[in-house]
Design a protein around this ligand. Structure first.
Ligand SMILES: [Zn+2]
Length: 82
């Protein structure tokens, strides 16, 4: 089985002519790029993500809410019961 490289995350910064996108590491030819739209937590169940990145939480939500979503999804599936 081939090992999948970590996703290439990109971020954006506003500029006078729109948005600038930049990668958080060097990009090799043919690599897929992932971009977090930084949605709010509310209603995240309605925004499933199919990017396939190994560390994806499965929903389009800002990175600051990843742990909250993982906890909630774990409780629903019965994986995390403490
Ligand atoms: Zn994803």
């Amino acid at each position: 089985m081939a090992t999948r490289a970590p996703a290439v995350r990109i971020r954006s910064i506003p500029s006078h002519c729109g948005l600038w996108f930049y990668a958080l590491r060097r990009i090799r030819p043919g690599e897929e790029l992932t971009y977090n739209y930084s949605h709010e937590l509310e209603g995240y169940q309605g925004r499933p993500c199919h990017c396939g990145a190994p560390d994806c939480v499965g929903y389009m939500v800002a990175e600051e809410f990843f742990e909250t979503v993982r906890r909630r999804q774990g409780q629903r599936s019965g994986k995390l019961r403490r």
